[in-house]
Design a protein around this ligand. Sequence first.
Ligand code: FES
Length: 160
Amino acid sequence: MIDNELKITLEQRVAAAVTPREAAVEVMKELQHHYGWLTDEALHEAANLLGLSPLQVEELATFYEMIYRRPVGRRVVHVCDSISCWAMGGETLLEQLAGRLGIGVGETTSDGMFTLLPCCCLGNCGQSPTMLVGDNLYGGLTLEKALDILQREREGIETK
Ligand code: FES
């Protein structure tokens, strides 16, 4: 359950939007941030805030690949598999990262730290291949660079 402060913040965002749907992604992202993923409870809260049915919110949630309808790790690693990154080795990077993390694509590491997912263009095509870790965008990757980044992300979480 969300606290009153977050509820009021989200209500204000919905009120400021031209239509509730316009605020839907922002509301879902905030609730996802609060719960770690968009739980059923969060989905119903989003529906109440937006004045939409849970089914309508579910449909919106499944449309956006950065909204997670099942549990994910502390950091979600999105590796771009669109054309520029694919041509520069993004697909190989995704497979190699999966191997080094000991998981399949779409899975979460056993320590709950990382979930690995492919994604559409991250708008960083000039620095392919690119990945997004949480909210941090990284380009010009090699496997070694990507592993270093994940190690730093891990250390950043563990020292918090
Ligand atoms: S194709 Fe990967 S960032 Fe655009």
